[in-house]
Design a protein around this ligand. Structure first.
Ligand code: MN
Length: 263
């Protein structure tokens, strides 16, 4: 029997040369799923009934000097990344309050307010000059973290998934199209818990700028339309408890409100 590459449930195989071309071949027209695929993760868009389909969620660690310091680093170390699964996103429409069930396995659930960049185009080895056409828009988001599990993982040299990539660990406010924002370097992000200011950061203070982050990411992965990038958190990360209300704001962006509830 000739090599046929991948055998599909439909019977005929995918020709090998198509597999070799990479993962950009559209299987969907021939593929018969054995059960209904789960709904696609998506984020609301400000002033629109449309949804932004989420492909991947990339996160940058230690990207504000004051937070890098509180986490024990110094200087301009190369950016490093982790990911959350797309369905970790918790999309909260402007004017509504999202519900975050207190996650299992932790006694130290931390907030990290971040500017989120949403891509409408991608690519590999992008230059900072390519980046502008790739950006669809911006939102405020929360990189929720099981800090106790993250500290343990760091100590033991283990992966961060269980600390960072749990279900609903990525609340995101409504996306604001980039065209509505005249100067992103003027954006300031804040987080209040029960009305008390916990975090404040200015996008112009990012250690790695947004074009630099996107260019850097695109050397490691092929970026795609639908990618979300959490760009890092300023100082002031801390715990939240049951019934706490988190309010995240970014200049010119939709407010994000999330309440922590019993699991
Ligand atoms: Mn973070």
């Amino acid at each position: 029997m000739p090599p046929s590459g991948l055998e599909l449930p439909g019977g005929k195989g995918v020709p090998l040369e198509r597999l070799r071309r990479g993962n950009d071949w559209d299987y969907s027209k021939r593929m018969r799923y054995i059960f209904a695929p789960p709904p696609h993760a998506a984020v609301r868009i400000v002033g629109s009934t449309g949804w932004f389909p989420v492909h991947r969620i990339y996160c940058v660690a230690r990207n504000y000097p004051d937070h890098a310091q509180e986490m024990g680093s110094s200087g301009r170390e190369p950016p490093f990344f982790f990911m959350k699964p797309p369905d970790a996103v918790l999309s909260v429409n402007e004017g509504e309050t999202g519900v975050l069930r207190y996650p299992t396995l932790t006694r130290e659930l931390h907030h990290e307010v971040e500017l989120v960049v949403a891509l409408r185009e991608g690519g590999t080895n992008l230059t900072p000059a390519d980046v502008e056409r790739c950006i669809y828009g911006y939102a405020v988001g929360l990189d929720m973290t099981r800090r106790d599990l993250q500290s343990e993982a760091k100590k033991l040299g283990r992966p961060w998934c269980i600390a960072k990539a749990f279900d609903r660990s990525a609340p995101v406010g409504g996306l604001t199209p980039a065209a509505w924002i005249d100067d992103i370097s003027k954006i300031e992000i804040t987080l209040e818990v029960n009305g008390v200011r916990r975090q404040h950061g200015r996008v112009r203070d990012l250690i790695w700028s947004i074009p630099e982050i996107i260019a850097h990411l695109s050397t490691a992965w092929e970026l795609k339309p639908g990618d979300l990038i959490f760009t890092g958190t300023p100082a002031g990360v801390g715990p939240v408890s049951l019934t706490d209300l988190m309010t995240a704001r970014g200049t010119g962006l939709a407010e994000l409100r999330v309440r922590v509830m019993r699991a």
